[in-house]
Design a protein around this ligand. Structure first.
Ligand code: GLN
Length: 225
């Protein structure tokens, strides 16, 4: 076995790299001490413990899944045991029902409505306690976010706010309508890594990077300081 093959066997989490916030998820995985890698072509899916489908534009990612001929291999890897976490646009792609549109991957029994808070200008940040994930309230960033309107009987609701569900999971799929990768918080990445059966280096450390300014929505803003 050469070094490349050894790396592929190491229980990594992939980030679907077709469009959207890929880099920020990879940075969070790195902070957790979990091996992450970009997934663009079908062979990149080999032996992944989990896959993150990032935020971005769900119609665009959905078309690129077909253009890159990776949709069926992704579903095959999922059926073989790979866990999947969809954030924002990713949550739309994993949903079984999308209001007024055709569902894409349809791997979790939730109904979701795109752009449900309004336009990009209606994006916002808030804090919420998600007891299954962390003991302290977590910063949440909603960017032209969808709302999960319904969850089926086999779906566990992790966070409900007002009239919508913001985070839900089945045995194999996690869906969040917000963007943990755009805050200093690694608690959700740690939770997903555990769901994938991976141990992380930061089990005892705080989930929130105190240097990461909550008002900055990108890592680049932090580097520029
Ligand atoms: N509004 C986007 C969509 O419908 C999702 C936005 C996001 O991922 N931040 O795909």
């Amino acid at each position: 076995m050469n070094n490349n093959q050894k790396n592929i066997k190491s229980g990594a989490i992939g980030v679907l790299d077709l469009q959207g916030g890929v880099f920020e998820h990879l940075i969070h995985l790195e902070r957790l001490g979990v091996a992450g890698r970009r997934v663009k072509y079908p062979p990149d899916l080999a032996n992944l413990a989990g896959l993150i489908i990032p935020g971005g534009e769900s119609t665009c990612i959905s078309r690129l899944l077909n253009i890159f001929e990776i949709k069926e291999p992704l579903l095959a890897a999922y059926r073989a045991g790979m866990k999947i976490w969809g954030t924002c646009a990713g949550a739309i792609l994993v949903a079984g029902e999308v209001t007024g549109e055709q569902a894409c991957l349809s791997i979790i029994d939730i109904a979701i409505e795109r752009n449900s808070f309004g336009s990009q200008l209606d994006s916002f940040q808030k804090e919420a306690l998600i007891p299954e994930i962390a003991a302290e309230p977590l910063p949440l960033t909603f960017i032209r976010a969808p709302k999960i309107l319904r969850a089926g009987p086999d779906v566990n609701i992790l966070l409900k706010v007002d009239d919508y569900i913001a985070a839900a999971e089945s045995d194999k799929v996690l869906a969040t309508v917000f963007h943990p990768e755009l805050t200093g918080c690694i608690a959700l990445h740690r939770y997903f890594a555990k769901k994938c059966g991976l141990t992380t280096e930061t089990d005892k450390k705080t989930a929130i990077d105190p240097l990461w300014k909550n008002e900055s929505w990108t890592k680049l803003a932090r580097i520029a300081k």
